[in-house]
Design a protein around this ligand. Structure first.
Ligand code: ME8
Length: 556
């Protein structure tokens, strides 16, 4: 049965242009969203920009522009970058939009009424780069400097509105206890749990924003703290007819580790507080306002020398550098590399051009690309380009060991690709749930590797020399082509454009039409398309250019 799936990325600050880190998280979300569409889920994917930060207004002033003008320019740059990479978000958040402002005013208004937001006085430290209030203990531990960019913290003393975070400690801890999957990877959970145990109320407004931001309802002098404004985007953009079921299905938030506290503690606490307010206890007849299903916090891309890639350090791959990779290797190669070799787990990843080329050649050119050419060339040569039939029995001829399961003792007879595929499909399906797309891609490539071994062992190019063996050659090539068709379906979320080319060549162009014309509703294609034996004998198989031409490294 189709599920509902709602996935988000952080909304990115528009003080500067997008860079590889932003492209990374949005690509991960895109790959995961595509998997869910392929699976038939009613899917919604949200990304966008965070505009009301003080640093946006500062940058605008440096350029002699109004904050809105500066935000407009950079919001466009983010959209252009994401669109060029064909990242298929369903909506693009702008926190300066009327829709968002109206909703945030409504949410904060409800919290003021319930008493969970109250007036007080803030005395303490502020990390201007991170737009973050820093508790005394943490500030002292870091020598009163930002633990992210090392700049001195700012001392603040001002009237503020506060959020009663301390009142939600027990409920948050209980939520963590009951839903161990709420924060992923597991290793990040303890740090948050310990911090929740000591959490105090937090300031959620500031003064002197010069009108850039959303006013606290009933107090025009105060602006809602940019982080509270920003977190609410996940709710505000689906708080409309036809979308609310996405929220209630439980959001999956992809973020990086530096903003985990906001997402894993402050955000669910705000939602728990809102849930007590009239209207949110039974939200539009859909039951109590839901909490997110999961906050997945990945690590950083770092430079080859191990420094975090960031705007302030100026060492990131910017849109021009990203364009160069796309031009040289294609969109899909960049997506594939980012998602399968990126810092999804708890360790940082170095972006190394050499590794990029190695992965491109090993996983794309020499595996999927090469196998696709090899099989279609043989079908061209021995069967005039029409898919042969698999009627001849070749099962008695050989047995061979799966290349990726060498020690498992599994032997597979030559016609048993079906078994192999079911096994790989089970791995593929279960690892999406663990946010391990690299494992999923590998399980699809293992099918391709098995096709290669199969061809090596059966050597259809030798058999074809004896005309009486052509029916056997036909069965072998049918099996190889059919296994590649199934592997291609599993690879679609990673390398959709090349897979769609491949589908055109093997008479499956309708898969792409179904996937791309579905309004996010999914097709249910995955289960149906993975069933063995759907390639029709007689289907014209085009040869075409290599899908991933091998990249030759110039010798120095
Ligand atoms: O934090 N490696 O915005 P931001 C991997 N507006 N990912 C990286 C990265 C790196 N080196 N650098 C950045 C904000 N990212 C807030 C978020 S959400 C309600 C508000 C990615 O422009 C990563 O996803 O600083 C990180 O969480 C995000 O960009 C931070 O973007």
């Amino acid at each position: 049965m189709a599920d509902t799936f709602y996935v988000t990325t952080p909304i990115y600050y528009v003080n500067d242009k997008p860079h590889l880190g932003h492209v990374y998280t949005t690509t991960v979300a895109d790959v995961v969203a595509r998997y869910h569409r392929l699976k038939g889920d009613d899917t919604f994917f949200l990304t966008g920009v965070d505009e009301h930060a003080a640093k946006v207004a500062d940058k605008a002033a440096e350029h002699g522009l109004s904050p809105q003008q500066w935000a407009d320019q950079n919001a466009d740059a983010f959209r252009v970058t994401f669109d060029k990479l064909d990242l298929r978000y369903d909506d693009f958040v702008r926190t300066s939009s009327g829709l968002h402002k109206e909703k945030v005013t409504e949410y904060v208004g409800a919290l003021l009424k319930s008493g969970d937001v109250y007036e007080g006085q803030y005395e303490g430290w502020y990390d201007a780069g991170q737009e973050e209030y820093v508790p005394e203990t943490k500030a002292a531990a870091n020598g009163y400097k930002s633990d992210v960019n090392g700049k001195p913290l700012v001392k603040k003393s001002e009237k503020n509105y506060f959020f009663k975070l301390s009142a939600y400690r027990d409920q948050l801890l209980e939520h963590f206890e009951r839903h161990p999957e709420f924060v992923q990877p597991d290793a990040r959970r303890n740090e948050i749990v310990n911090r929740i145990k000591e959490a105090n109320d937090i300031p959620i407004s500031r003064t002197g924003s010069g009108g850039w931001g959303i006013p606290v309802p009933g107090d025009e002098e105060q602006t809602i703290y940019v982080w509270v404004d920003a977190l609410f985007n996940y709710l505000s953009y689906v708080d409309q007819d036809g979308r609310r079921h996405y929220w209630q299905s439980g959001a999956t938030h992809f973020i990086a580790k530096d903003i985990l506290w906001f997402h894993a503690a402050i955000w669910p606490a705000l939602l728990l507080a809102l849930r007590k307010c009239p209207g949110y206890d039974d939200w539009h007849g859909l039951g109590p306002l839901a909490l997110p299903k999961q906050v997945y916090s990945h690590s950083y891309w770092v430079s080859e020398t191990g420094e975090k890639m960031s705007k302030s350090l100026g060492n990131f791959l910017d849109p021009a550098a990203i364009d160069n990779y796309v031009e040289e290797f294609g969109l899909d190669a960049l997506r594939y590399f980012l998602v399968t070799r990126g810092p999804l787990g708890t360790t940082d990843s170095a972006f190394s051009p050499d590794l990029f080329i190695e992965v491109y050649n090993a996983d794309l050119a020499n595996t999927f690309g090469n196998s696709a050419s090899r099989v279609s060339n043989m079908i061209g040569k021995y069967f005039d380009g029409d898919s042969p039939s698999d009627e001849a029995d070749v099962s008695a001829r050989f047995k061979f060991e799966l290349p990726f399961a060498k020690d498992s003792g599994i032997d597979i007879d030559l016609t048993s690709f079906e078994k192999l595929i079911l096994g790989q499909f089970a791995v593929y399906s279960s690892f999406w749930g663990h946010s391990a797309p690299g494992v999923c891609a590998r399980s699809a490539l293992d099918i391709v590797a098995a096709v290669d071994s199969y061809i090596e062992k059966t050597a259809p190019f030798k058999l074809a020399k004896d005309e009486s063996k052509l029916p056997e050659v036909g069965t072998i090539l049918y099996n190889a082509q059919e296994a590649l068709r199934i592997a291609s379906v599993l690879l679609w979320p990673f390398i959709p454009h090349k897979v769609e080319d491949f589908w055109q060549r093997i008479g499956c162009g309708h898969y792409a039409e179904q996937l791309n014309a579905n309004d996010g509703k999914g097709t249910g294609g995955l289960d149906a398309w993975v069933i063995w034996g759907q390639l029709k004998p007689g289907t014209p198989i085009e040869k075409g250019d290599p899908l991933f031409p091998r990249y030759q490294v110039e010798k120095k």
